[in-house]
Write a protein that binds this ligand. Structure first.
Ligand SMILES: [Zn+2]
Length: 61
């Protein structure tokens, strides 16, 4: 059972065990909740989107 293995968050780089996994990428629970409550007009929103884009780009081929 390695489900609780800590991984490096792609957004903040912090190692954590709690969070969401998308493909091979990991987003810690702190960043996840940050993203959820970040409005589209927030200055950090493009940053989050950019980080998420990396996931799709890196898994494409
Ligand atoms: Zn994080």
């Amino acid at each position: 059972m390695n489900e609780t293995e800590s991984k490096a968050c792609i957004v903040c780089g912090h190692n954590d065990r709690l969070g969401i996994r998308i493909m091979d990428a990991f987003i810690c629970h702190l960043c996840e909740s940050e993203m959820v409550k970040t409005p589209v007009e927030d200055v950090r929103y493009p940053f989050f989107v950019q980080q998420l884009k990396q996931i799709w780009v890196s898994t494409e081929g």
